[in-house]
Design a protein around this ligand. Structure first.
Ligand code: UD1
Ligand code: MG
Length: 530
């Protein structure tokens, strides 16, 4: 299901799923005492301090342009390249998020292929868009964006398909560009395998003569291993005249932005190149293999961040964690676990092997046994679930409840200390505290047209293999006899028994055996005679 919790433009949390309305805020209020002294306070404080620093260090003379109009032919996909996901987000979303924290005058995204879908990702983050139709190359993308860039003194140009770039790297690019009083500054990387990238042709010192696209490299230039990341800072007054001179002199008949570097150099302008500190940030995604490589790096970074914050991760390379997931101190994540979406996990929990937790909130000291699926649900502190349990949407397990193997819950509330340990389906059910749900209990919540509720009180005992035909209520302290099919409400403290009465027929079995043996004898004799 879609992510349940989003950040609004004002930074406040917005629940997009109606069933989660009010769920997260209440949970975090309940644990606020713990947070005052614990890990989450530190997360919040650190985040705030960083945000304040970012607000102070704005770059209001800089516009950022993200090129995201291309199709991505080499991915062989019906989805536009920048919408492909790595590290739990579409590529272009990573890029926009890194830019927002630079504090630029504006962020403009060039869209074209599947423009509306790309807009839907970038506009909620505060970016504006420009349509490039048709897509005649990276240089053409800049030409169509001139009006949107407006009178910004500098423009940082980024490809929408290189999502690992960090805010700090962009800030340092801008700083270096201003310091060097350059017409253009290019971020580069030195790669062992530079194939697929344009190469930097230096002319001495920090100065660049040209960028040569791979298809145009001479035999000698193939040795060059400094690559163009397609991340640049330009002084706009120098950029526009250079762009006006570009011609589509290549086999794709496109206007290449890379050619602007040679033009600037020929005009005697300063073009600088900065080698990025971490070359991984410069990696673009042109193929499925590139996507996998970039995803790997994102996942590494997220796990490293969690481990720095006091989370134990066993065999980290097997654990997949989405970017917005929060995990508290001393929680242990076993191998082959996936923590997805907006999941929040408290302190001292254990999530055992093979479990998948999606858009869910877990309190402190929760144990998720092996191979559980938990989705859009809330598990309060001290809950134990699994192994092999499934919590579907809108399930709320209150403190100390126990859900055992092969139990499925959907839109159900389970009270404090209540147990459902084996082979059970609870759908649209509200169950009180300290109740025992016997093995094989089924809420029959669907009549083929509508879903109906089942209400079970406190300290109820539901015998094994009972079917509760909804809508139905079982009052506080009541018993339901094992094997019952309950169609009427059971009052508080009553016994509900709804099954055929047993009769024992004395001697029936031995009589039957005698009859069968007698019937078999003549048949055997006749076989022998034949
Ligand atoms: C580009 C650079 C190359 C560099 C590499 C780094 C050019 C000509 N080449 O090559 O030197 O090493 O990036 O990753 O710039 N786009 C548009 N409109 C277009 C064409 C492309 O918006 O008309 C967008 C694409 O959606 C993409 C970005 O520009 O996000 C880069 O285009 P891509 O086709 O990936 O260029 P590369 O071949 O990777
Ligand atoms: Mg590319």
């Amino acid at each position: 299901m879609a992510a349940a919790l989003h950040l609004g433009l004002d930074g406040r949390k917005v629940n997009s799923e109606p069933h989660l309305q009010g769920m997260y805020p209440r949970f975090w209020r309940e644990s606020s005492a713990r947070r005052r002294t614990g890990l989450k306070r530190r997360i919040v404080k650190r985040g705030r301090a960083r945000d304040n620093a970012l607000v102070m260090a704005k770059n209001k003379d800089v516009a950022i342009l993200i090129l995201a109009a291309g199709k991505g032919t080499r991915l062989k996909s019906s989805l536009a390249k920048v919408l492909h996901a790595a590290g739990g987000r579409p590529l272009v979303e990573h890029v926009v998020r890194a830019c927002v924290r630079v504090g630029p005058k504006k962020i403009v995204v060039v869209v074209g292929h599947q423009a509306e879908k790309v807009q839907a990702v970038v506009e909620p983050l505060g970016a504006e868009t420009v349509l490039q139709q048709p897509q005649n190359g990276t240089g053409h993308a800049l030409l169509v964006s001139r009006r949107a860039i407006g009178n910004a003194k500098y423009v940082v140009v980024l490809p929408g398909d290189a999502p690992l770039v960090r805010t700090e790297t962009l800030r340092s690019l801008i700083q270096q560009h201003k310091k060097g009083q350059a017409a253009a500054t290019i971020l580069t990387a030195v790669l062992a395998d530079p194939s697929g990238y344009g190469r930097i042709l230096r002319k001495g010192g920090d100065n660049v003569a040209a960028i040569i696209e791979e298809s145009q490299l001479t035999e000698e230039q193939r040795e060059l291993n400094e690559i163009n990341s397609s991340m640049y800072c330009f002084t706009t007054a120098k950029l526009w005249p250079a762009l006006a001179e570009l011609k589509p002199n290549n086999k794709h008949r496109e206007i290449y932005l890379t050619d602007a570097i040679g033009v600037l150099n020929a005009k005697g302008e300063t073009v600088l190149a900065e080698i990025a500190g971490d070359s991984r940030e410069m990696l673009g995604c042109n193929t499925r293999a590139d996507l996998a490589g970039v995803d790997h790096t994102f996942r590494d970074w997220k796990r490293e961040a969690l481990m720095r914050d006091g989370v134990t991760i066993q065999l980290p390379e097997t654990v997949l964690v989405d970017p917005d997931v929060l995990v508290g101190e001393d929680t242990v994540i076993e191998p082959c676990v996936q923590l997805l979406g907006k999941t929040k996990i408290g302190a001292r929990c254990v999530v055992k092997t093979g479990s998948v937790v999606h858009d869910s909130v877990l309190g402190d000291e929760v144990v998720v046994e092996a191979h559980c699926m938990i989705s859009a649900s809330r598990l309060d502190s001290d809950v134990v679930v699994g192994p092999f349990a499934r919590m579907r949407m809108e399930t709320h397990l209150k403190c100390g409840s126990r859900i055992g193997n092969f139990v499925e819950l959907k839109k159900s509330v389970v009270g404090e200390g209540t147990k459902a340990m084996h082979l059970t389906y609870l759908g649209d059910a509200r169950i009180g505290s300290k109740t025992n749900i016997g093995a094989g209990t089924i809420t029959c919540n669907y009549d083929g047209f509508h879903k109906h509720p089942t209400t079970i009180g406190n300290k109820v005992f539901i015998g094994s293999d009972s079917a509760l035909v909804a809508p139905v209520k079982v009052g506080h302290g009541a018993y339901v006899a094992a094997g019952s099919t309950i169609t009427d409400n059971v009052p508080a403290d009553a016994l509900g028994i709804a099954r055929g009465r047993q009769t024992n027929k004395k001697g029936w079995a031995s009589k039957k055996r005698r009859e069968l043996t007698a019937a078999e004898k003549p048949a055997k004799h006749s076989k022998k005679r034949q």
